[in-house]
Design a protein around this ligand. Structure first.
Ligand SMILES: Cc1cc2nc3c(=O)[nH]c(=O)nc-3n(C[C@H](O)[C@H](O)[C@H](O)COP(=O)(O)O)c2cc1C
Length: 311
């Protein structure tokens, strides 16, 4: 009888050590407390918080979400309590979990706001990593930082000087060349990339002849964007050396594996959390089974291990 191996799902992303590669994606998991009655949070590889800004944000006009074929549109507009209230009211629960905590941050007006946020978060031991959200499509700006190689390089470079913590940069798919932006992020000192944020989209109620979102346009997520996301992960993987956290339409083990094979070292689950809060834990055991069944001892034997042709 063939002896099955017990696969090792642990990995490191810069200084960040994870027991498995499955994370909860920013903005789709609140501050984790909202999910405590549905799943054993301690089993997650990491938790990424909703993006935090310096000041509280009340978000965009409702309706803020609508369903689309194989996905959803959202224009939440980064509603969040602001950094002070986050530290006071949301962090204590997250600290107790002892799951690697990644705090997502964004600047509303000026990139200097990143430094204000970093200064506060850098002092907190339980913050394992910081994710720079330079790709939120719902801030009603003409251009995102991550739509320009120079801006991407400058913002990450200035933040990098102020923290030794693991720095992850979240990029937008709304660009011409993801590999050029990924290269700029790596050159500026980002330890890892999170790929992808939502794709710009719009949906119309033809009976009322009005846009379905209060802010007219929003970000598309869910299985509809998966092929776009997988391609972008693959393109970035072929260009850069730093680890990639892949996301966009992951709903099960098979879709998670697509990202790992395309070049992701870890994956994040977003929209699927709204349908099945237990999906991340199902994917963790699914990955374990797949690896055991295929005699794959550790994750490094999966990341980017696409075959060039059919056997
Ligand atoms: C309702 C909603 C809110 C989101 N809020 C954030 C956010 O605050 N910060 C961020 O970086 N990404 C945010 N995202 C993007 C997700 O983290 C993820 O990158 C994207 O949805 C693609 O993954 P998915 O298809 O698995 O949802 C949000 C997505 C949704 C659906």
């Amino acid at each position: 009888m063939v002896k099955r191996i017990k696969p090792d799902l642990s990995l490191s992303i810069g200084k960040l050590k994870l027991k498995n590669p499955v994370m909860a994606a920013s903005g789709t998991f609140g501050y984790a407390e909202e999910f405590k009655d549905f799943i054993d949070l301690k089993k997650l590889g990491a938790i990424v918080t909703k993006t935090i800004t310096v000041k509280p944000r009340y978000g965009n006009l409702p309706p803020r979400t609508c369903e689309t074929p194989a996905g959803m549109l959202n224009s939440i507009g980064l509603e969040n309590p602001g950094i002070d209230k986050f530290i006071r009211e949301k962090l204590p629960f997250l600290k107790k979990l002892a799951v690697p905590l990644i705090v997502s941050i964004a600047a509303e007006e000026s990139p200097d706001e990143f430094l204000v946020l970093i200064e506060q978060l850098d002092k907190i031991n339980e913050v394992s990593a910081i994710e720079l959200n330079i790709s939120c499509p719902n801030l009603q700006k003409n251009k995102l930082i991550s739509q320009d190689t120079k801006d991407t390089f400058e913002v990450i470079g200035s933040v990098r000087k102020f923290t030794q913590k693991c720095l992850i940069t979240k990029l937008s798919p709304n660009v011409t060349s993801i590999s050029e932006i990924a290269q700029a992020a790596q050159d500026a000192g980002s330890d890892a990339l999170a790929l992808i944020n939502t794709l710009g989209g719009m949906s119309i109620d033809v009976n009322k002849r009005i846009p379905k979102l209060g802010s007219w346009v929003g970000g598309l997520s869910g299985p509809a964007i998966r092929p776009v996301a997988v391609k972008m992960v693959w393109e970035a993987y072929n260009k850069i050396k730093i680890p990639i956290i892949g996301m966009g339409g992951i709903i099960d083990t098979e879709s998670a594996l697509e990202f790992l094979l395309a070049g992701a070292s870890a994956i994040s689950i977003g929209t699927a959390n709204f349908i099945n809060p237990g999906v991340s834990l199902e994917i963790i055991s699914g990955l374990e089974k797949y690896m055991a069944g295929n005699n794959i001892p550790d994750l490094s034997q999966l990341t980017g291990k696409l075959r060039a042709c059919q056997d």
